[in-house]
Design a protein around this ligand. Structure first.
Ligand code: NG6
Ligand code: CA
Length: 520
């Protein structure tokens, strides 16, 4: 009897425990589903459409970029909004077309913050959804109010735009100040060795690349002949901050470590990490571990280094068991350039490699290679591997990611294409305005219209066709990806149609308030 009762009791409590466990499990799995994924936005600097194995590169190996591209959706028509950095990044972060902001041009290191602190941004909208937000790497969207004292708090910056954490370089690797800035403050600043920065004139007694070529380990080709840091002359003048100056060859590891730290610090709640690698922008300074590994000189070696870093980042996610709960977006801010101002053997050792792949032009250009870039979405276990020909643009990440996190955004150029980014639809953008140094072009369907522009056909210093012509240019980029045949003469109806759309779009925009869109 007693035995039986005990048995019954044990049975009862066992089933209770199981019930609790079961409902508890159900609850937590439901919770898991309801909570949006981590998001990592990997943005390279000047990586070309043809620089990645999965996009056709054979002379250069990019196994980790390929892992993302082949295990996720590889977009063949993925665009940055612009063929240079600042406007491209401005549009990415704000969801506003860069040509609407007259200041969205390649910025010096002393430029004030380009984005209004009341502006909607990806980190801000994700923060509203409970995300921890961080940026590590290249910033190049201005900092401070224009009168920055680099020895004090540098405000406003990323932390005033919705990023909880920031570890950045102010502008580019080839521009002063050559220091890291963590949460608005120069890392390693020293009151006894204050930092001074100028883009107008040199500080007395400081050597420059122009006057002291004997101090250089990498010679400048055009521009880049001002202050010398680590044997490399830069754009702009800088004095002081000896302890704070970065060592170029360590930069990739520094950014990777900060990115990994951010991930491990925030693994238990959804996080958004904007990981903005500096490669393969000039000066190309791969760590000695990568020097000579590609046979292509520093440009190839820097890409190999970036690829390795991406692999390490994926490993961190695996180690924390969060890879399957993380959406990774991999892309580049603009197209490729081989010689961008230093003698670094990029031209001599290029061999058969084609950084732009089949596309015409490159960085700075209104032709496709300026802004059509590697573009991949990867989410292990959720996104089915595929190749998508849908037209997608970085401009639309803000709305799409907001949607993913259950947020709505209004009044921006950014549109919601989440289904396309997740591979549920192949219906991308029908119309997209593209920008190159304040000139604009239209992509509509399979067609590209480039209106007439004055200016040189080729930028001789970098050896890139800019897309300028006295004539209208019309290309079918589906049948003629290399933009070899201008159909403006032979397809007058198409030309008329695209010109009308282009005029209408731009007219619509000029009526709207230009520049920033303020939040209520
Ligand atoms: C150009 C620089 C180039 C690069 C570019 C910005 C010269 C001659 N050229 O002005 O080297 O720094 O600006 O690149 O100075 S971007 O990827 O940040 O847009
Ligand atoms: Ca760039």
């Amino acid at each position: 009897m007693i035995k039986n009762k005990t048995k019954q009791r044990i049975g009862l409590s066992l089933s209770l425990v199981m019930l609790i466990l079961a409902t508890g499990w159900q609850f937590s799995s439901r919770e898991k589903k309801a909570s949006p994924p981590n998001i990592i936005l990997i943005n390279l600097d000047d990586l070309g459409y043809g620089d990645v194995g999965a996009y056709g590169a054979t002379a250069l190996k990019t196994p980790n970029m390929d892992r993302l591209a082949n295990g996720g959706i590889r977009f063949t028509n993925g665009y940055a909004t612009s063929s240079t950095c600042t406007p491209s990044r401005f549009a990415l972060v704000t969801g506003v077309y860069p040509w609407r902001n007259k200041d969205a041009k390649i910025l010096p290191g002393t430029a004030p913050l380009l984005i209004d602190t009341k502006q909607e941004t990806i980190p801000r909208v994700l923060k509203k959804a409970g995300y921890a937000t961080g940026v590590v790497g290249k910033w190049h969207m201005g900092l401070g109010d224009g009168n920055t004292d680099w020895n004090k708090e540098i405000k406003p910056g990323p932390n005033e735009l919705g990023f909880d954490y920031s570890y950045i370089m102010a502008a580019t690797q080839d521009r002063v100040p050559t220091v890291y800035i963590e949460n608005n403050s120069v890392v390693g600043r020293d009151p006894n060795d204050p930092i001074q920065v100028s883009y107008d004139k040199n500080f007395e007694g400081e050597p420059t690349g122009k006057e002291n070529p004997e101090l250089l380990k990498m010679k400048w080709h055009h521009g880049h002949d001002q202050s010398i840091v680590n044997g490399i002359s830069r754009i702009g003048y800088m004095k002081g901050g000896k302890k704070a100056k970065w060592i170029d060859e360590e930069m990739s590891d520094v950014f990777l470590t900060k990115a990994q730290r951010f991930i491990s610090d925030h693994k238990s709640k959804p996080f958004f990490l904007y990981y903005a690698l500096q490669q393969p922008h000039v000066p190309r300074t791969p760590n000695p571990r990568f020097v000579g590994t590609t046979g292509m000189g520093p440009r190839g070696d820097a890409i190999a280094e970036a690829d390795w870093s991406i692999g390490e980042l994926i490993k961190s996610l695996e180690k924390e068991s969060i890879l399957e709960n993380t959406l990774i977006i991999f892309t580049s801010d603009n197209g490729p350039v081989v010689n961008d101002g230093y003698h670094d053997e990029a031209v001599e050792k290029l061999g058969k490699h084609t950084p732009a792949g089949p596309l015409r032009g490159g960085k700075y250009s209104l032709f496709e290679a300026g802004f059509r870039v590697p573009f991949v979405t990867y989410w292990k276990g959720t996104i089915k591997p595929a190749v998508s020909d849908a037209v997608v643009c970085q401009l639309d990440l803000l709305s799409s990611l907001a949607h993913l996190a259950g947020q709505e955004v209004k009044g921006l150029d950014s549109q919601n294409y989440l289904d396309v980014f997740l591979g549920k639809s192949k219906k991308g953008r029908n119309e997209l305005i593209l920008e190159a140094s304040s000139r604009t072009a239209l992509r509509q369907g399979d067609w590209v219209l480039i209106p007439p522009y004055n200016g040189p056909a080729v930028n001789k210093a970098v050896n890139i066709e800019l897309g300028n012509s006295k004539e209208y240019q019309l290309y079918n980029v589906k049948t003629d990806i290399g933009q070899r045949t201008n159909l403006a003469q032979s397809q007058p109806e198409k030309l008329k149609q695209l010109t009308a759309t282009y005029d209408q779009l731009l007219k619509g925009y000029s009526k709207a308030e230009t520049g920033t869109i303020k939040l209520e």
